[in-house]
Design a protein around this ligand. Sequence first.
Ligand code: GZL
Length: 320
Amino acid sequence: MTLDRRTVLAGGAAFTLAAGIPRAFAQKKIVLGFSQIGAESEWRTANTESIKSAAKDAGIELKFADAQQKQENQIKAIRSFIAQKVDVIAFSPVVETGFETVLREAKAAKIPVILTDRAVNVKDQSLWVSFMGSDFTEEGRKAGRWLVEKMKAEKGPVNIVELQGTVGSAPAIDRKKGFEEIIKADPKFKIVRSQTGDFTRAKGKEVMEAFLKAEGKKINVLYAHNDDMAIGAIQAIEEAGLKPAKDIVIISIDAVKGAFEAMMQGKLNVSVECSPLLGPQLMQAVKDVVAGKPVPKRIVTEEGIFPMEVAAKEFPKRKY
Ligand code: GZL
């Protein structure tokens, strides 16, 4: 058989030689559509950075949409990705419910969906191929266990105010659940006020001001579902003439740089780690899905807890 310079038969498949590179090897770039919640916190900013840099490193074309914390914008973005026939869709659902219809549309279009960071609450688990992110309930339990240990010598009552994350979001629901599961063992712990601060510094400060007006010096502990709300609340506590981390014990979650700075200033007692660095794992999962390889249904990020006593030592090692 003469070798035609343009066509080569190899392994039963025909490759057209173009510019000397067999077409099969000059593969088209994988296109990933990603719908991000917004830019509400340091955590979210670090998460976005991780996803963008990992896509670049992986040679994956990233179509990135910022929903500004609105579910309707996430749904619109997913529909747009479907229309553009991307290879894979990934997103961090701002709340657990309300995505079933658009996920069915993605399934009908044969576009696999990967959940990152937060879960969705759907009956049909085939609507998404993999969910990677933290165990928020365990994060809440870690916060509760730290408080029980911290207060073991206290007779009580220990009055707690709680700044919840975004209403209806997986982290807000599960961090509350995990924390209460632990503290309910001892009746001296009482959550006297609980309200959402929507994961932002501004709202965290505003709600803490209201808590202080209503409860005043009766507050012993603040449990904030993320560091940004805790940092906002610290400002409110100082403006009320109280000493954060001394007059009011403060527990939060994420372990972002701002939390380490607050702990090194002696204004935050502890932060439970919740890693935003999901980019590399996501890109590997995208490549595996496109290649038809199996991908775990659930990928849990391993995380620690950082009390203020270790903050200065740990800070230089932090990646977000
Ligand atoms: C947790 C993530 C939460 C962070 C907040 O994985 O969804 O959203 O705890 C962020 O800081 O806004």
